[in-house]
Design a protein. Sequence first.
Length: 420
Amino acid sequence: MTTREILVEANGVKAQAALAGTQKKNAALLAMAEELVCSSGEILAANSEDVEAARGKISEVMTDRLRLDKKRIEAMAEGIRQVAALPDPVGVVLDTVVRPSGIVVNKISVPLGVVAIIYESRPNVTSDAAALCVKSGNACVLRIGREAYNSAKAIVAAMRRGLGRAGLAPELVSLVEDTSRQSSADIMTATGLVDLLIPRGGAGLINACVQNAKVPCIQTGTGICHVYVDGAADEDMALNIIENAKTSRPSVCNAMEVCLVHADVAESFLPKLWERLVKGRKVNPVLLKLDERAYSVLGGRENCVPAGGGDFDTEFLDYIMAVKVVSSLQEAVEHIAVHSTAHSDCIITNDEAAAEYFVGNVDSAAVYVNASTRFTDGGEFGLGCEMGISTQKLHARGPMGLKELTTYKYVVRGNGQIRK
């Protein structure tokens, strides 16, 4: 099918999703999760094809995003089950006003309609997006990068079997067959067929959607995430948080990319940071790109190089981190304001006044005090899973869950009133 035909088909069944009751949607989600697990063999075989085809073409870090195993498939299924357990966001009375005329105005949450997601080589996004759309009463159209197409095709086939078993149209979850750039362009310009477009991926994909989309588009952000080590930081805590934020999974958008260190502690802290991230790691030591002041402390050591002009504006998505020494908390906040992508930024400090200043002055979707930026995630925030991390302010910000996939309408009831 062409991309347009798939979008037309999704529009033909979206009312079924919107009108489905909570019980039916939950039954469909549980069936989708069950089919995923039962289809593990086919999904893993398809994923092996994708991984083998990508060998030598993408980095090992990006290959890790692509690769599936039984544990990851079970985690995908568990994410769907968690969405099923969440409250239904549809039909909620958000506000009620009784006017002097006697009319009763109810503001009620309703589905968006057809939600399209363009995303890169992360097969788990396939099930997250589908689950959130089904629970929020939307039809879902997925367009994945060619590197992960076989994996997504097998995942979607399993979920569609689950939808059919539960008595809902399998077409509520669709995968675009064309993996060329044309299909992305077709979605971006499908006015009247796409109610919301969500891009998930690198800066190139997101910018292309924001600049070219004629349909409503949410800007999910690249993650140039900062951790600032304050002069009043617990250094052991800082090392633990930075190691987790940088190395636990560097290919994801909530991984830190920049470390800012207060000058008062730079001489003591930076050698410890090098010990933890470079010398202490036999596998995947981190490459530290250092500003002039940081290089004066660590220069000459293994994996320590001077920072280039664009290093503080780069989402590395790898075992690479830019490091800068700042003279004050205010300078750290000013640096973040210029270089952050407003995704997730953190301060490590035992000074409550410094923490409050940071929280009040850093304008990011998630602002942390003494915790890893890796928590910026729908599951970790109690949303079950997420559609993406929005770095804009309308209509959603931060991890997008069920509520962010609804809009509202006004239902007005009267008993014959006319406006005078």
